[in-house]
Design a protein around this ligand. Structure first.
Ligand code: S3P
Length: 180
């Protein structure tokens, strides 16, 4: 991967690759593929937050609320400033705070994984660990939520990768061609 030194916060730090996108866009699977293919480290934001809090994401939302969770996302992103660059699978809402996007842009490149609402619904329909989809687990509600968030994803993204009808390996190879 080529590095862009002007984006690193100190001279020895490699840039990060941030995967953003709606729930079910494939961020975790693609991050895992990139980790193996490029032999780099991977950070799963949701997982790190769960470990730090000793609670699952639904528990954090129900016991502490969404704003508390968003503060944890910001705190985690800030903490990356002192870590080595790697691939980061972001929570689907991490781009909702402009501050978070500023941190990501300063540390590396932001790749937006997209998919149609029906594809997203097919991927997440049996999941019970996404509090924001509780009671909204249907293609129309997902489409509405995606539209509300579209401007934030557009503002954040350096590159856009459509994942519809593609395997994880295909998306990984596409990304490697784009960033090399
Ligand atoms: C969220 C997405 C989830 C998780 C939390 C909130 C969102 O991550 O961070 O439930 O606001 O879109 P995934 O995108 O990995 O499902």
């Amino acid at each position: 991967m080529k590095t862009s030194p002007q984006k690193a916060t100190h001279k020895d730090q490699q840039p990060f690759v941030f995967l953003i996108g709606f729930m079910g866009a494939g961020k975790s699977a693609v991050a895992s593929g990139l980790q193996k293919r490029l032999s780099i480290d991977r950070i799963e934001m949701d997982r790190e937050i769960e470990l730090g809090e000793g609670m699952t994401i639904p528990e954090i939302f129900s016991k502490k609320g969404q704003e508390y969770f968003r503060d944890l996302e910001t705190g985690l992103l800030k903490s990356l400033e002192t870590r080595n660059g790697c691939v980061v699978s972001c929570g689907g809402g991490a781009i909702l705070r402009p501050e978070n996007v500023r941190i990501m842009k300063a540390l590396g490149r932001i790749l937006w994984l997209t998919a149609s609402p029906v594809t997203i619904w097919e991927r997440v329909r049996f999941s019970d660990n996404r509090p924001l989809l509780k009671g909204r687990m249907d293609p129309e509600s997902i489409r509405q939520m995606m539209e509300e968030r579209r401007p934030a994803y557009e503002r954040a993204a350096d590159l856009i990768i459509d994942t519809d009808q593609k395997s994880v390996d295909q998306v990984v190879e596409e990304i490697i061609r784009m960033i090399e």
